[in-house]
Design a binder for this molecule. Sequence first.
Ligand code: FES
Length: 105
Amino acid sequence: MFINVTDRAGDRHTLEALEGFRIMEIIRDWGLDIKAECGGACACATCHVYVDEDWAPKLVEPTDEEVDKLDEAFDVAGNSRLSCQILMRPEFDGIELKLAPGSER
Ligand code: FES
């Protein structure tokens, strides 16, 4: 499985992904610039990504905790998500994401 991540410079990276991993972990482990300060505890909002409009409705709805934490992120949009709160699964193979401003290390 793969995820496609566009960085803040506009370069698109196709990253191999394993089921059960947090999308944030996949982005970080492949060395892209994502701060993810709290390590996936939904406590920092520095793993903010924009999910492609076609993919966003296919994701599990964000929890209240994620919605509250997203309020602290920069430039939040309708397709904003915290990438640590999305677990990779086969249905998300090929998902398109963009790193949001404010999540750089
Ligand atoms: S890594 Fe901190 S909220 Fe996602």
